[in-house]
Design a protein around this ligand. Sequence first.
Ligand code: NAI
Length: 283
Amino acid sequence: MAIHKVMVIGAGQMGAGIAQVCAQSGYEVVLNDLSEEALDKGLKGIERQLARSVEKERMTEKEKTEVLGRLNTSRQRSDAESCDLIIEAVVENMEVKTKVFADLDEIAPEHAILASNTSSLPITEIAAATKRPDQVIGMHFMNPVPVMKLVEIIRGLQTSDETFKAIEDMTVQLSKTPVEVQDFPGFVSNRILMPMINEAIYAVYEGIASPEDIDTVMKLGTNHPMGPLTLADFIGLDTCLYIMEVLHDGFGDSKYRPCPLLRKYVKAGWLGRKSGRGFYQYE
Ligand code: NAI
């Protein structure tokens, strides 16, 4: 199945990055959001990134103009009717996502693939909101999208081999490495990463070492580029808690119990970098 035109729904952190890499790889892209402000902010962010690439001589001014020429914004979901692939990157909320997928199922052409960038919600359940569950798949990009090389491709229970192959090929086209993952809570990345972060928070909670020292151990002792608590602040502590709850509920196993200190910080509004305070303080 040939993919020429892509719609990305949600122009936030992830959606804008996905739209950028698709346009840079030669696809026609429509970036869609309900909010004009989000579209403006998303597009400005992309322009800034491309301008930086030109400055660093990774791209010519002409290439930048061509990339921006392939990228359009829209607030009309009906524009999905001319797209071969729709990648959803709206808020991490099942009700919102299933509503978007049910709508898209009505609008998108019969051959179109509907993908979700969800970081934790079951693809099988999202697919069940459509009449084409065989053409629904997870395409889990990492943040920041233009930099990170991995895409987890999640097969829902009914995802067809043809759909999987089309998305795998496209991922390679985007200069990313695809990894095939079955649809279970946390997929692979968050199944392994989040319990590690949660354990680091338990180490703070139990007074084993300071956040700085825990991060130093993991950086210098295990060669991680960033300590788990710095990373948790970067991801957002609310997001970390949410994903731990998905693992805990999904497997019903106490080993995924979110650390009480994580809950406490989230309740206090200490959400990490975005709120100015998490395990560290930010300007
Ligand atoms: P964000 O909050 O930055 O962006 C979400 C955007 O979706 C907003 O601009 C909002 O206006 C828009 N939106 C909400 N409902 C909409 C609708 N019905 N139709 C059109 N637009 C709508 O969120 P972010 O961080 O970009 O996350 C998006 C998705 O990507 C979530 O599912 C998240 O779990 C996933 N994800 C996030 C990662 C991260 O590090 N932030 C990493 C990997 C996946």
